[in-house]
Write a protein that binds this ligand. Structure first.
Ligand code: GAL
Length: 300
């Protein structure tokens, strides 16, 4: 809901978009918009096409809209109340949330147990997802938090770096075609830090293919002086910049302008279950799924 970090003026900026109260997230007015503010999304973050996928030579049909499922389908794990499994204080305070999602939920096989650990370090928030299954399944979970490093206005012009030489080519439904596109000499070339720009398109909604180096992305707002660095063990970063939050009354909604926020969704490739040459998203009994994300803050 909130993440307050020190800015260059010596006070705090709330750098994420949230609803004013926790209760707001349970209301139809919020849920009907599907913005997934700060939500854990899954079982499969992003889009799966063809109404399902093959697993062990069997077609698994999943809930879908015209053949495409987004963020795990309707009434998925972002819409249920998680349990608090553990928490701790001290120098690195943390809380671990957990859920069990039953086999058949939105069509997915396997009863899964999923944990989300949120941990604060000196200057980062780390989110670690781990999961187990009792039958072969696919899994791709991430966090859908929206950032604005000034706490108001627009993200346009923020200095953006993305450590990706390629993006996934997507069709008009935003489903990957299976091809990669080289970003160099295109508007998606953020391989050196440049101002976030929206010429010629209505915002980013793009799966970037991450390079191996540790730093995956960074964002800097010159007014607040806040810089955020993104680290993850995942192969892709879906960057999403909505034009606005429509009529949804997010906290301080009156202070935001066009392109109010940016999501850095650290995850596997969208639609990987339908593309054998994409990194595998299969999770087998006995294995542990693990997605590590860190958003680190400094003042420049
Ligand atoms: C993004 C997705 C967008 C949009 C958004 C939620 O992850 O790529 O197309 O659905 O979530 O509003």
């Amino acid at each position: 809901m909130r993440l307050e970090v020190p800015n260059r003026h010596g006070n705090l900026t709330d750098v994420v978009i949230g609803m004013p109260t926790a209760e707001d997230y349970t209301k139809a007015t919020y849920q009907n918009y599907n913005f997934y503010l700060g939500a854990t999304i899954g079982r499969y973050a992003g889009r799966i096409s063809k109404g399902g996928f093959h697993l062990n030579n069997q077609f698994i049909s999943i809930t879908n809209h015209e053949g495409v499922q987004l963020h795990g389908g309707v009434n998925s794990i972002d819409k249920i109340l998680w349990d608090v499994e553990d928490q701790g204080g001290g120098a690195h305070p943390f809380v671990i949330f957990s859920i069990e999602d039953k086999a058949g939920s939105n069509g997915y096989p396997g009863n899964i147990k999923l944990k989300a650990k949120y941990e604060l370090t000196e200057n980062a928030i780390k989110i670690t997802y781990t999961a187990k299954t009792d039958a072969p399944t696919v899994l791709n979970v991430t966090n859908h938090v929206y950032f604005n490093l000034k706490g108001r206005g627009s993200t346009e012009g923020n200095e953006l770096y993305i450590n990706a030489n390629h993006v996934l080519q997507v069709d008009e439904r935003l489903v990957p075609t299976g091809k990669l596109i080289d970003v160099h000499h295109t508007p998606l070339d953020y391989t050196t830090e440049i101002p976030l720009h929206f010429e010629g398109h209505y915002g980013l909604d793009t799966p970037f293919v991450l390079e191996a180096e540790k730093l995956k992305a960074s964002l800097y707002n010159a007014e607040s002086g806040i810089q955020m660095k993104v680290f993850t063990n995942q192969p892709a970063l879906v960057v999403f910049t909505p034009q606005d939050f429509s009529e949804l009354k997010v906290r301080n909604h009156e202070t935001f302008n066009r392109f109010p926020a940016i999501c850095f969704e650290c995850q596997n490739f969208p639609d990987a279950p339908n593309h054998p040459h994409f990194p595998s998203s299969v999770l087998l009994p006995g294995e542990t799924y693990r997605n590590e994300i860190a958003y680190q803050f400094d003042v420049k």
